[in-house]
Design a protein. Structure first.
Length: 399
């Protein structure tokens, strides 16, 4: 198997730049949606959020909770209590502190993870869950808002022969969290961030022929609030989806995905369910435990009970996450390289002194796979790219 890393412009992969007039029209739609979202920051909108916040935290302080109060209220309550508990117990910060202690490093050497966790704890413990996607914190950390990127991605997907049958249904946005920047596309109400997440699935298919509906096991490193995961299930995925993330974000993902009707379990508490092949989402933040469980999963599911060390129907997603992680986290995930069949990363060329170009070249060499570096167009970012590597296994493309 060749380990050569070939380079392909994203424009070539998806058929060049779409028609200029259509690009301009789609870009204007997004900008109009952004203006609408800005208007939502008016005094009237602020009053609505303040009233909701006051009502929610008065409810939480009262302790007058009833069992049949409604799933949305119950899930919101659980999110708030989980965030507070993670903070007060110190569990929110444990992954970083444990690594510092093991390596004798200073806490400042965290790749920004400690500061991100502190900001997330502050935000999610002070914002009503029903409006969490409208916050400045989420907009900066987890929600794509670029109008040019949106226009390109939508028009590329619209050129696909399976646009109507596959991609349009996936683009229907969920009301959970009150997402901003909503845009009508072919009578479908979507958002800038959902389009961006679905475009990752679309690019994976363009580069490899893989449809997620034919995948059994997905590992996502850094799952945001759960948008890509939900998109995969909307696209027909019915297998096991593991999200590796910091504890605070695992709590947010649990809230968001359960609110959308997707079963979510803690992998720490439901390891036997995972090993038995029970479908759904599993959250985890312990890289050593993840490695042991995924290795056991691959061995149990080998043909004839063999000690197969690779899950042939498996994909790893790491969208601008693994390449922005501390080296200790990268090393932990990379120990799984012989188990997963397909790897898809989103990267910036350099991150906090780490040369990610050299990093993905090393990955390509280690994987001994068909590896492609897909360059984003200059109009989006000359310094960012996708890395996609796939090894022969069962046919994951559509029949």
């Amino acid at each position: 198997m060749s380990s050569e890393l070939r380079e392909v412009p994203l424009l070539d992969l998806h058929g060049g730049v779409p028609d200029a007039e259509r690009m301009l029209e789609m870009k204007r739609r997004v900008e109009a949606a952004m203006e609408e979202a800005m208007a939502a920051s008016s005094e009237e909108w602020s009053t609505t959020v303040r009233e909701e916040r006051t009502e929610f935290f008065e409810y939480m302080a009262s302790g007058n909770w009833v069992e049949d109060e409604g799933e949305e209220q119950e899930l919101g309550r659980d999110l708030y209590r989980n965030i507070v508990s993670l903070h007060e117990s110190g569990e929110a910060y444990a992954p970083m502190k444990n690594e510092y202690k093991k390596k004798g490093e200073d806490e400042d050497d965290s790749g920004g993870w400690m500061e991100l966790t502190k900001s997330a704890v502050h935000f999610f413990s002070s914002m009503p869950p029903s409006f969490f996607l409208r916050s400045e914190f989420v907009a900066k950390a987890m929600f794509a808002t670029w109008s040019y990127t949106f226009a390109l991605e939508v028009l590329w997907m619209m050129q696909s022969h399976d646009w109507q049958s596959v991609w349009v249904p996936v683009l229907m946005e969920s009301p959970v969290g009150t997402p901003p920047f909503l845009v009508e596309v072919m009578d479908t109400r979507t958002s800038t961030n959902l389009v961006h997440q679905v475009f990752h699935l679309f690019t994976l298919h363009a580069a490899t022929g893989i449809h997620v509906e034919n995948v059994d096991l997905i590992l996502e490193f850094g799952g945001g609030y759960g948008c890509l995961c939900r998109a995969a299930f909307q696209a027909g995925f019915t297998g096991q989806y593991v999200i590796f993330d910091l504890p605070v974000f695992s709590a947010v993902q649990t809230f968001y995905l359960r609110s959308n009707g997707i079963a979510v379990r803690s992998l720490t508490e439901a390891s036997e369910d995972f090993l038995s092949g029970l479908s759904g989402v599993y959250t985890l933040g312990d890289v050593d435990l993840l490695g042991r469980l995924v290795q056991d999963h691959a061995s149990r599911n080998g043909e004839g009970g063999s000690t197969l060390t690779r899950s042939e129907n498996s994909v790893v997603f790491a969208m601008w996450s693994l390449c922005e992680a501390p080296l200790w986290a990268r090393e932990g995930i990379w120990r799984l390289r012989n188990i997963f069949n397909v790897w898809m990363l989103g990267c910036r060329e350099e991150w906090q002194g780490v040369d990610n170009m050299q990093y993905v070249r090393s990955l390509a060499l280690d994987l001994q796979a068909n590896s492609t570096l897909i360059r984003l167009p200059d109009q989006i970012s000359a310094k960012d790219f996708y890395f996609v590597a796939s090894r022969p296994g069962r046919d994951l493309a559509a029949d």
